[in-house]
Design a protein around this ligand. Structure first.
Ligand SMILES: [Zn+2]
Length: 270
């Protein structure tokens, strides 16, 4: 059994009516749990409602770096209230996105500065609430956003753990994260034959340092590439990674489930 450690079930690409089918599809192929992540303040109550509706679903609460410009300065107290919900198991999705252009009226410098401020504030909230943090980083080329996020993480690594989600490799970039006690997680990109850096990182990552995720509805793995993704497709990611690592599916399940339980502070029967 596996957990989809990162999906967006409140996305408009899933209609509320079909969510029971989506959750059942996952269950039917051994994906027994999923964590749905909020990306904006408006998104938080929807993700909490989904987590309340399904025992298999937990949620994480945060502001995506591409939403910092539309979030008011005084968002933190609202976020704190949401994050105290019993089914909220992490703070995120937060992070740094230097890939998308700054919105109208913003310079890149101001936009990225606000993202770094929000990331620090998410770490502070996580520290106060004794939760861990889910981080997104993305660059047009290179890995500046990842390096900047690692710098911010350093100040909190003694008390908070971070997962750098949708990790693409190369493996060297994981080292700085793992050295701080952090984790990475791998998406359907690990099933693409062209994604050598990602596959290599998933092969080299020691057991206990990574989780699996779909990031659905985005990033559908082979053989569903280009279509809408869903938590059930975690099984394709698990197959590809077990294969690359020369592990059995059972071995991969055993240590990734343990990592999920530790990171999200879940017990194995939740
Ligand atoms: Zn995401």
């Amino acid at each position: 059994m596996f957990t989809d450690s990162h999906c967006h079930l409140a996305s408009h690409k899933f209609s509320p009516d079909e969510l029971p089918t989506i959750v059942n599809n996952a269950q039917a192929v051994g994906i027994h749990r999923m964590v749905t992540l909020a990306t904006s303040l408006e998104d938080c109550p929807d993700n909490i409602a989904i987590a309340e509706q399904f025992p298999q679903v937990h949620c994480a609460i945060g502001i995506h770096p591409c939403d910092v410009h539309s979030t008011p300065d005084d968002y933190l107290s609202t976020l704190r209230n949401y994050a105290q919900h019993p089914k909220c198991v992490a703070i995120g999705e937060t992070g740094l996105d230097y890939f998308h252009p700054a919105p109208d009226g913003w310079s890149d410098a101001d936009y990225h500065q606000r993202q770094r401020l929000f990331l620090k504030q998410h770490f502070e909230l996580a520290q106060q609430l004794n939760k861990n943090v889910v981080i997104h980083t993305r660059d047009r080329s290179g890995a500046q956003s990842l390096h900047d996020a690692v710098e911010i993480y350093k100040d909190f690594a003694h008390s908070v753990q971070a997962v750098f989600h949708c990790f693409l490799g190369p493996w060297e970039n994981a080292q700085a994260i793992l050295d701080l006690g952090g984790l990475v997680s791998f998406t359907g990109i690990s099933t693409f034959k062209s994604a050598q850096d990602c596959i290599e990182a998933a092969t080299l990552a020691p057991a206990g340092t990574f989780m699996l995720e779909t990031d659905s509805p985005y990033l559908a793995p082979t053989p569903h590439r280009g279509k809408r993704n869903e938590p059930a497709f975690t099984s394709h990611i698990a197959n590809a990674i077990a294969n690359a690592r020369n592990e059995s599916i059972e071995q991969l399940a055993q240590h990734t489930e343990q990592t999920v339980n530790q990171f999200f502070k879940l017990s194995s029967n939740t």
